[in-house]
Design a binder for this molecule. Structure first.
Ligand code: CDP
Ligand code: CDP
Length: 226
């Protein structure tokens, strides 16, 4: 229907995008789409096939032949490659460490960008990523650039994984900073704050505070549009 809009949430790793985007979507009755999961799925597939990011021809072919399916659900989104569910496999450290290299590939970005636009075509979507407001959905009615200090982002991730993986806070911070650098410096649709995005620095904010801030912005936008 005509009342629905699209919301783009971009920002660096660990800013809270997926946590917040999922809840915002829930509150508005919208569909949440995690585009990072798609880049992770391509990465997992390439790793399994023994294709590296330095083999553009093979990677092109792989990206074009891949069947990626995204199934939005109540507790987040499930991801399938060629029919196999990979929702948790794509969260591995191996994938996390490599994903930015694969995400720099032009064909990969083209294929996934096209899918993302199709998913948002009927509006009512909250999509999070790196280039959603700047590139994938330049006409999104509301664009948020969600960020936080790298220390806080590393700490948030540390709290998440410290029980299950042996890694220091310093190591995490270095890895996050490196991934941000790669995402910001790539040639094709890098991580950038769109000129018409609202910048939200969530350092020191709770998850609920961030959710409420975005829901409020979206209600203002909706009222303006009427
Ligand atoms: O959740 P986390 O911050 O760890 O990352 P993610 O959202 O799952 O994204 C993983 C990686 O995919 C990012 O570091 C980017 O390299 C890439 N990505 C991208 O290039 N463009 C997007 N729209 C989303 C993710
Ligand atoms: O998707 P992105 O990489 O931007 O971040 P996330 O995976 O949504 O959030 C990373 C971690 O930070 C999660 O464990 C969230 O619960 C936590 N978080 C937080 O502590 N405070 C916030 N204001 C936002 C997220």
């Amino acid at each position: 229907d005509n009342d629905r809009m699209n919301i783009a949430i971009d920002g660096p790793a660990g800013a809270g995008k997926s946590t917040v985007a999922r809840k915002v979507a829930e509150q508005l009755g919208y569909v949440y789409i995690d585009t990072g999961a798609m880049y992770r799925a391509v990465t997992l597939c390439a790793q399994r096939a023994g294709v590296s990011a330095e083999q553009p021809d093979k990677l092109d072919q792989l990206a074009r032949s891949l069947q990626i399916e995204i199934e939005p659900g109540e507790h987040g989104q499930s991801v399938f490659i060629n029919g196999e569910e990979v929702t948790s496999l794509i969260r591995s450290r191996e994938v996390t460490l490599q994903v930015s290299h694969f995400a720099a590939n032009e064909t990969v970005r083209e294929v996934l960008g096209t899918m993302q636009r199709q998913l948002a075509a009927r509006k009512g979507v909250v999509m999070d990523g790196r280039d959603i407001g700047s590139h994938v959905l330049p006409d999104a009615e509301l664009k948020i650039f969600l960020t936080a200090s790298v220390k806080e982002r590393a700490m948030r991730r540390f709290r998440e994984i410290a029980d299950s993986q042996i890694i220091t806070l310093e190591q995490l911070e270095t890895e996050i900073a490196e991934r941000d650098r790669l995402d910001e410096q790539r040639d094709i649709s890098p991580l950038v704050c769109a000129s018409d995005a609202v910048v939200l620095d969530s350092t020191g904010m709770t998850i609920d505070e961030v959710i409420q801030a975005i829901v409020k912005l979206s209600r203002t936008k909706m009222a303006e549009a009427k």
